[in-house]
Design a protein around this ligand. Structure first.
Ligand code: ZN
Length: 245
């Protein structure tokens, strides 16, 4: 069980991801934008990325807390499930369901359900099934109160699929960049006094071009794409955004 303050208020939005820095790359701009609009946002990383070549788990968790500050998150925790062999097991689902009951998010952001890295698609399925379990009244989880998120959306930035919608993060892009660069062990090139890290510039270019691509789909500078499994509801077709011509 991860630490929560006694006066902890439920989250509006919780992003669940496999590794520290996944969220910064796929939906960090959206989290920042939501926090700026007054929502309580949080991140639950499932592993500490201990199989990565650079940095220790403790360092990556510390860096992830700095990144969370840049993203204006109300809360960030790390489940410390085993990296690179994340398993959608019953104990893992029960543990995660317990956390979802304590955090009580209305919206959960999960990784897209297909991908190159097994941890990402396992995190997607594990997250979805845990959200379902968390709402079962008869689930044996001690004293916890059942809670099922209202909405699950999938961050699809690294999946080559047409998004259901794109969030305009033009005003949040720089802040998201700062959040990602908080992972010095991953993104610094560790050469002192060389001015701007070449690596940093390369990352900026890569993230910038991906965000530009998705922004272009909705006629803005930078965007983050999402997929939903349900239909999107529209109440006023006269007010729909994104021009056709
Ligand atoms: Zn990852």
């Amino acid at each position: 069980m991860l630490d929560l303050a006694d006066d902890f208020k439920p989250l509006d939005i919780l992003a669940i991801a496999a590794h520290p820095d996944d969220v910064e790359q796929t939906c960090g701009g959206t989290l920042i934008r939501m926090a700026e609009q007054g929502y309580r946002t949080g991140v639950l990383d499932l592993t500490a990325g201990e199989m990565g070549t650079r940095g220790t788990p403790a360092l990556r968790i510390e860096e992830s807390q700095h990144a969370a500050k840049h993203m204006l998150c109300a809360w960030r925790g790390n489940q410390r499930f085993p990296d690179a062999r994340l398993d959608n097991s019953l104990p893992a689902r029960m543990t995660l369901a317990g956390e979802i009951r304590r955090l009580r998010p209305r919206v959960v952001i999960l990784p897209y359900w297909e991908g190159r890295h097994p941890d990402h698609y396992v995190a997607s399925k594990l997250g979805y099934e845990s959200c379902f379990l968390a709402g079962l009244a008869k689930l044996d989880e001690g004293e916890s109160v059942p809670h099922r998120p209202f909405k699950v959306i999938y961050a699809s930035l690294y999946a080559n699929v047409t998004p259901s919608f794109v969030v305009d993060i033009s005003a949040q892009f720089e802040r998201r960049m700062k959040a990602l660069l908080a992972y010095r062990s991953q993104y610094g090139d560790h050469v002192e006094g060389s001015g701007l890290f070449p690596k940093e510039e390369e990352i900026r270019e890569r993230l910038g071009s991906v965000a530009r691509f998705y922004g272009n789909l909705i006629g803005v500078k930078y965007g983050e794409p999402f997929v939903v499994k349900e239909a999107m509801r529209v109440d006023d077709i006269a007010q729909m955004g994104v021009r056709s011509f």
